[in-house]
Design a protein around this ligand. Structure first.
Ligand code: HEC
Ligand code: HEC
Length: 222
């Protein structure tokens, strides 16, 4: 974890033991999904992130910049909000939103999103506007499943699951996430702007722009 603190952000990392713990933590607090449904609305999360299963907000399609949260892991959502607060992720909107909600509210809101069906294929199919192309997917599929040992790119599937469904305690759901959002995150790790996942910095470090594009398309259609 500390190895990931490379870019002059050391001051922003709290000294609490939780910050050195591996991966995601929600402290075991699971929250209340029904309370979270109301709070997701009143705290305005749905305005940007969309109503899971109904519409996916601005996350969909080529212009989607906002992550889909429906079906995402509880602990992962909680950790990301903490990471925006702590400066390990940067985004003006989310830093503001993360600072404005209490930990209890975040636990409830995360419970609401986690209880929703995962990023539904029907909505993806409607909004992606691309046709599946085996040729285009070939190299991305190989990277996803096997990685590239020569460049020390680990197989994405090892941590994220064969269909990007996520592995609890290991890595979040990425299959069906918005294409542009996925691409943005990979760029952010490669550049160091996102510094909250040590495994991901390595995974993204040697990807080319073309590989990031291809992976984002492939994963968004899973
Ligand atoms: C004004 C728009 C906006 C609002 C309102 C908003 N968000 Fe976000 N959120 C974003 C954007 C943009 C991103 C992606 C940032 C990035 O590119 O790293 C994001 C990312 C996230 C992520 C990371 C998702 C992932 O897959 O890693 C979480 C978790 C999150 N938001 C939770 C919330 C919660 C909880 C609320 C309500 C309290 C909320 N957001 C309100 C714009 C918003
Ligand atoms: C060593 C395990 C590991 C490998 C290998 C790995 N990832 Fe990840 N990935 C993670 C973890 C852990 C996170 C969450 C980091 C955090 O807590 O912020 C993550 C997050 C992500 C995210 C951000 C999700 C979101 O909602 O913001 C994307 C996109 C992603 N990985 C794509 C990939 C791709 C593509 C590959 C293969 C090139 C890959 N990952 C390989 C562990 C891994």
């Amino acid at each position: 974890m500390l190895a990931a603190v490379c870019c002059g952000q050391a001051d922003a990392i709290p000294a609490a033991p939780a910050s050195t713990a591996p991966a995601k933590t929600d402290g075991g607090v699971k929250g209340n999904a029904e309370a979270g449904r109301i709070k997701a609305e009143s705290e305005r999360c749905l305005e940007c992130h969309g109503q899971p299963g109904v519409e996916q907000g601005h996350s969909a399609g080529e212009d989607g910049k906002f992550a889909r949260l429906g079906g995402q892991q509880h602990a992962y959502i909680v950790k990301q909000v903490q990471d925006f607060r702590a400066g390990r992720r940067k985004n003006d909107f989310m830093v503001m939103m993360a600072a404005s909600v209490s930990d209890d509210d975040v636990a409830d809101i995360a419970a609401y999103f986690a209880a929703q069906p995962a990023m539904p294929a029907a909505i993806r199919a409607e909004t992606r506007g691309e046709s599946r192309s085996a040729g285009q997917h070939g190299p991305a599929a190989a990277l996803f499943r096997q990685g590239d040992a020569a460049r020390k790119v680990a197989a994405c599937a090892t941590c994220h699951g064969a269909a990007g469904e996520g592995i609890a305690g290991m890595a979040p759901v990425i299959g069906g996430q918005g294409r542009r959002y996925l691409s943005q995150q990979l760029h952010n790790w490669r550049s160091g702007e996102r510094s909250n996942g040590a495994g991901m910095r390595e995974a993204a470090a040697s990807l080319t722009d073309a590989e990031i594009d291809a992976l984002a398309l492939y994963v968004s259609e899973m």
